[in-house]
Design a protein. Structure first.
Length: 96
């Protein structure tokens, strides 16, 4: 069973899906594996296939936004309990 799941994770030898057909094939294989969490995830993916297709085909990415959110969370974590809002504002805006 572990080997079957491992093969599913690698899309039959590749590290990622390259088309909607790959995703649907994976969902079908995951549901045949008779593992409840995997089958539930496959059902969720099938229900959201339009968004997945658009995410694979459109040229836009939210990577820059996610990078800034990660930066903000890291700064907040480092400063927790150490300083006030003014110093946090200075660090986030890089005001000198």
């Amino acid at each position: 069973m572990v080997n079957k799941i491992a093969r599913l994770v690698h899309f039959n030898g590749r590290n990622q899906a390259t088309s909607e057909q790959d995703i649907l094939w994976w969902c079908e294989q995951a549901q045949r594996a008779n593992e409840a969490p995997l089958a539930s995830f496959a059902t969720y993916i099938r229900g959201d296939i339009d968004a997945i297709r658009l995410g694979m085909t459109l040229p836009w990415s939210n990577g820059m936004v996610e990078g800034q959110v990660n930066r903000l969370k890291t700064i907040k974590r480092q400063m927790y309990g150490r300083a006030g809002l003014e110093l946090l504002r200075i660090k986030i805006l890089n005001v000198t």
